[in-house]
Design a protein around this ligand. Structure first.
Ligand code: NDP
Length: 339
């Protein structure tokens, strides 16, 4: 038997019968050697229906039994946000690698415990910041790092979308589950900015809006100014109520600029332009399955090759930016970002 055929498939368990897991499982199946096995949900009916629809062998409602009987190599946690920490710690304790959804937790001490538990267990903890897999963003990062637009000094992020009706649930009415546009979208933008700028964010000033889609105290629009170590300034706009708006990402350097349209989405397609003394040209951006790419890197990391696109520590940092943004909106002042 060849060495390739002798490699055991990686067994995957899924915590949360979620919308995003429905997208992730087919993407994971495109990565060689990955075997989606079972789901754990709070509802027996939903768990069974999810397992049948996604072709999983088993469904559970008890996390301990799921982790014990599943014999998983890796677990994907995509429950609502307030459950991420406890479920991730349980999966790490059971010896599994964990890919956790963002925000990885609801507060810094919990996020730190997750990162430390993964280190102690010698398991890989990844954060599913899918935008790092977008080919336009990878190219932008390379060009910036190579000095292709001179010194980067400013970034504008317009990540204002319309929240589709099938996602208009806990994000709009459940502060305890981590609802609101800041924990949902600013957290992705914070990670992408760290990735593109190549420096840590130090201070954030955020204003939030209540446009009537989110209920109670939860915000459905936010604008922030983020200051990075080294002096880069970034403006971000996140919204759940922007109908018919393309997302936009603009990097401004001392010798040129990069401008992407449509890159801030789940689709994996985008258009990208570079403008400098030579004029404006469109750069080629191949379409990619963002989730396949992210889980491919994660699976390789579990096999000892490289690191996930975004680690648990990256998830901690993006969450810290979003929490400081919420603190700023409440205090009316710029807030320091601490990890
Ligand atoms: P969903 O609302 O689809 O699912 C969240 C949880 O709600 C599920 O785990 C499930 O819990 C429960 N649930 C699902 N359907 C129902 C229903 N019909 N009635 C009652 N409860 C239900 O959330 P998302 O998939 O949108 O988000 C899940 C996580 O993934 C979040 O942390 C989010 O931030 C993140 N996310 C990340 C994305 C990315 O691209 N990285 C994109 C989208 C989301 P249970 O099965 O335990 O009952």
């Amino acid at each position: 038997m060849s060495e390739k055929l002798m490699v055991k498939p990686m067994r995957w368990g899924f915590v949360g019968a979620s919308n995003i897991a429905e997208r992730v499982i087919p993407a994971l199946r495109k990565v060689p050697g990955q075997e989606p096995v079972a789901v754990c949900s709070r509802s027996a009916v939903r768990a069974r229906e999810f397992a049948t629809a996604l072709g999983l062998q088993a469904s559970y409602t008890d996390l301990a039994a799921f982790l014990k009987e599943g014999r998983f190599d890796a677990v994907y946690v995509s429950s609502t946000n307030e459950q991420h920490c406890a479920q991730t710690l349980a999966a790490l304790e059971a010896g599994c690698h964990v890919m956790c959804e963002k925000p990885i937790a609801m507060n810094l001490p919990d996020a730190r415990r997750m990162v430390e538990a993964a280190q102690r267990a010698g398991r890989v903890l990844g954060t599913n910041h899918h935008l790092r897999a977008q080919a336009a963003h990878r190219l932008m990062r390379e060009i910036v790092a190579a000095g292709g637009i001179g010194r980067l000094h400013g970034v504008q992020v317009s990540h204002a979308v319309f929240l589709p009706p099938h996602l208009q649930g806990w994000r709009l009415d459940a502060p305890g589950a981590g609802g609101g546009v800041v924990l949902d979208i600013l957290v992705h933008d914070a990670d992408l900015l760290r990735y593109l700028v190549g420096a840590e964010p130090r201070r954030i000033s955020t204003h939030v809006q209540h446009n009537g889609l989110a209920r109670g105290a939860l915000e459905d629009g936010a604008m922030s100014l983020i200051e990075f170590e080294g002096g880069v300034l970034a403006q971000t706009h996140e919204s759940f109520v922007a109908q018919h708006a393309a997302t936009r990402l603009h990097l401004l350097g001392t010798e040129g600029s990069l401008y992407a349209v449509g890159s801030l989405s789940q689709a994996g397609t985008a258009r990208l332009w570079q403008r400098d003394a030579q004029g404006e040209r469109e750069l080629e951006v191949p379409p990619v399955d963002l989730y396949e790419t992210g889980f491919r890197a994660f699976a390789a990391a579990c096999a000892g090759q490289g690191a996930p696109l975004a680690t648990g520590a990256d998830g901690l940092r993006s969450m810290a930016v979003a929490l400081a943004g919420l603190a700023s909106a409440a205090s009316g002042r710029a807030e320091a970002i601490t990890f």
